[in-house]
Design a protein around this ligand. Structure first.
Ligand code: CP
Length: 307
C-alpha cells in the first residue's frame, strides 16, 4: 500500500496499528524524534487549510524530517495550467512522501497514480478526508475506550461534509454502530453513502431535522460546518448556515458521557461557551490528528522502504 486516498484504504487492523503507534508516540516522543531524518514530506495544498497542513508539517518535524510546501495554487505552476499528474511526477523528484489537498474529487487518486512516492489524501473536494477520520478515530478510541456499541449523531452539512462521509465509512466496520443523521432537508447525506455504506452493511440509521430530540440517545455528537465553498449560490448558504448552533442550553439534553466532536474550522455551529464543557473534544481532535499523521507517515515510508 503506497497511498491513503479513502479511509477504507486502511483496514481495521491497520487502523488499530496506527492507533497503537500514535499512543506510543504520545508516551515516548523521544523514540520517534529522528526516525525520518533526511526524509522530506511535500505538502501540496490547492485549497485553504490550517489544521491539516500544519499538523502534517508538525508531524514530519517531530519525526526528525523536513517539509517542502505548496501553500497556494496561485504561486505554483498549477496557475500556468500544469496538470495534477505532471505536478505529482515533478514532486516525486524532490520528496519522499506527498500530502495533497485539492478542491476536485479524485485529484489525490490521480496524484497517487502518477507519483513514484507514497501519497496521502488531505481532502479532495466533497469526497474524502481520511486523515481527519484517523484523528476522529483516535479521539473516539481515547474518549470512549473503543469503537463498538456506539450511537453517533452527525449534525449539519451531511451533503458536502467530506469528513462525515469518511467517518461513516470507517465506523460502519465496527460492531453495533448506529447513526442519527441530523440535517436540513437540503443537506441530507447523499444517497450513494446511504446505499453503498449504510444499507449495504445493514447499519441502522435514522434521519431527522431535530437536534434536541436526538441528543439524549447519543454517545458521540459530531457537529459540522455548512460548507460555503461547495454551494452554487450564496442565498442558499445564507439560508442554511445557522441551521444548528450547539449551546450550553442544548447540551443539557445530552448524556453526561456524550462527547462533542467537530473537525473544525467552526463558524457558528458550536457556541464558544461549550468549549469549557468537559464533553467538548474538538481541540483534543486537533492534537490527535498530529499523532495519527505521524503514525501514517511512518507506516507509508516504512512500506515504501524509505526508512
Ligand atoms: N479539519 C480540517 O481539515 O481543517 P483544515 O481545513 O484547517 O485543514
Amino acid at each position: 500500500m503506497n497511498r491513503v486516498i479513502d479511509i477504507v484504504d486502511l483496514n481495521p487492523k491497520e487502523i488499530e496499528e496506527c492507533i497503537q503507534t500514535a499512543l506510543d508516540i504520545i508516551k515516548n516522543p523521544d523514540k520517534y524524534a529522528h526516525v525520518c531524518e533526511g526524509k522530506k514530506l511535500a505538502t501540496l495544498f490547492f485549497e485553504p487549510s490550517t489544521r491539516t497542513r500544519m499538523s502534517f508539517e508538525a508531524a514530519m518535524y517531530e519525526l526528525g524530517g523536513h517539509v517542502i510546501s505548496m501553500t497556494d495554487a496561485n504561486t505554483s505552476s498549477a496557475a500556468k495550467g500544469e496538470s495534477v499528474a505532471d505536478t505529482a511526477k515533478t514532486v516525486s523528484c524532490y520528496a519522499d512522501i506527498i500530502a495533497i489537498r485539492h478542491p476536485k474529487e479524485g485529484a489525490a487518486y490521480v496524484t497517487a497514480q502518477n507519483a513514484s512516492i507514497p501519497v496521502i489524501n488531505a481532502g479532495d473536494g466533497g469526497h474524502c478526508h481520511p486523515t481527519q477520520t484517523t484523528a476522529d478515530l483516535l479521539t473516539i478510541y481515547r474518549e470512549k475506550g473503543g469503537f463498538d456499541n456506539l450511537t453517533i449523531g452527525l449534525c449539519g452539512d451531511l451533503k458536502f461534509g467530506r469528513t462525515v462521509h469518511s467517518l461513516i465509512n470507517a465506523m460502519s466496520r465496527y460492531k453495533n454502530i448506529k447513526f442519527v443523521l441530523i440535517s436540513p432537508e437540503e443537506l441530507k447525506l447523499p444517497s450513494y453513502v446511504k446505499k453503498d455504506v449504510l444499507q449495504k452493511n445493514n447499519i441502522p440509521y435514522e434521519q431527522t431535522t431535530d437536534l434536541e430530540r436526538a441528543m439524549p440517545k447519543l454517545d458521540v455528537l459530531y457537529m459540522t460546518r455548512v460548507q460555503r465553498e461547495r454551494f452554487f449560490n450564496e442565498e442558499d448558504y445564507l439560508r442554511l448556515k445557522d441551521s444548528y448552533i450547539l449551546t450550553p442550553q442544548k447540551m443539557k439534553y445530552a448524556r453526561d458521557d456524550m462527547i462533542v466532536m467537530h473537525p473544525l474550522p467552526r463558524v457558528n455551529e458550536i457556541s464558544v461557551e461549550v468549549d469549557t464543557d468537559p464533553r467538548a473534544c474538538y481541540f483534543k481532535q486537533v492534537l490527535n490528528g498530529k499523532y495519527m499523521r505521524m503514525a501514517l507517515i511512518l507506516k507509508l515510508l516504512k512500506e515504501a522502504g524509505r526508512i
